[in-house]
Write a protein that binds this ligand. Structure first.
Ligand code: CMP
Length: 139
């Protein structure tokens, strides 16, 4: 069924000039952008977004990195969006990401890994609502 996922182009990929290439790869893979925002997370908002990882050894670095510079947030629509987007971005660790995936091409490290992709339909909705009001989403 057609459904939605949520993504962020992270500060490393923005800083390295990859916004355009990443959005193009997303579009060419058949995803439709239904919401899009260039923004920056405060440490508070980044901490809240990644609350599920609070207490993990990488949490503080993750929050500090994700609030270190601007990001691009987007909601994407496609048949089987969550799973297909995770295939498109590749493994969390770019060293393990399949050739041609967004992380294989643009990620720096497991922490600075270029893009986020929701891991479930439920989280896709939560994460989309975290970044976008209903009036900012256009199907
Ligand atoms: P993301 O999919 O956005 O969600 C959680 C993030 O935590 C993940 O991307 C990684 O960037 C980061 N992360 C996960 N595991 C580690 C790790 N072992 N060390 C550093 N960062 C990690």
């Amino acid at each position: 069924a057609t459904n939605r996922t949520f993504t962020m182009i992270k500060p490393d990929a923005v800083k390295n000039g990859h916004i355009g290439a990443i959005l193009q790869q997303i579009n060419e893979a058949g995803f439709r952008i239904v919401a899009l925002k260039y923004t920056k997370l405060s440490t508070e908002k980044a901490g809240e977004f990644y609350d599920v990882h609070r207490g993990r050894p990488f949490y503080d670095d993750l929050v500090s990195f994700m609030s270190s510079g601007p990001i691009v947030a987007a909601v994407l629509e496609k048949d089987n969006a969550v799973a297909d987007f995770r295939t498109l971005i590749g493994a969390t660790n770019p060293a393990e990401a399949a050739a041609g995936t967004i992380r294989a091409k643009y990620a720096t490290s497991i922490g600075e890994n270029a893009v986020h992709g929701s891991d479930s339909d439920e989280n896709a909705a939560i994460e989309s609502n975290f970044h976008f009001a209903g009036t900012e989403v256009f199907a």
